[in-house]
Design a protein around this ligand. Structure first.
Ligand code: FAD
Length: 113
């Protein structure tokens, strides 16, 4: 039976965004990788260009990769939120509530963290 292997990547920086993009749709043995990227921001900004944004010589939008758009075009899932807990033994992730002062965090179990 060809079951999905759920892989979650925490943090869509240089490393995480590349990992999610490259591994999406790949196989792990007989299983297809179902990749989810979690980040507390909605877009990645290429840090070496921050000084141009600060100086006003570059548009911030031109230096960012929007996670939702990248996820849609490259076939992975994007979950917005701040990771507040990782249970490695149970492969469980906790994400802060979406609303400030909100109740109840989100949590789900994965095959790989
Ligand atoms: C101004 C500046 C200029 C730089 N210039 C260069 C350069 O010229 N050359 C070079 O090699 N390096 C440069 N660097 C360093 C380079 O940007 C970093 O080494 C690189 O970004 C590290 O990549 P990373 O994926 O580990 O983390 P980051 O790129 O920092 O990404 C971390 C991601 O994780 C997310 N995150 C963190 N904690 C959580 C959480 N609890 N829940 C959810 N999401 C979370 C953040 O939102 C972020 O998107 C520069 C850095 C800065 C600040």
């Amino acid at each position: 039976m060809d079951k999905e292997h759920r892989l979650v990547v925490v943090g869509g920086g240089v490393a995480g965004l590349d990992i999610a993009t490259c591994l999406s749709g790949k196989r792990s043995g007989t299983q297809t990788l179902a990749v989810t990227l979690v980040d507390r921001e909605t877009a990645y900004v290429w840090k070496p260009m921050l000084h141009t944004i600060a100086a006003g010589t570059s548009d911030a939008g031109a230096q960012e990769t929007v996670y939702a758009a990248q996820a849609r075009t490259r076939g992975f899932r994007y979950e917005f939120g701040e990771v507040i807990g990782i249970d490695r033994d149970r492969r469980k992730l906790q994400i802060a509530p979406l609303q400030v002062g909100g109740r109840g965090h989100r949590a789900w179990t994965n095959d790989s963290l």
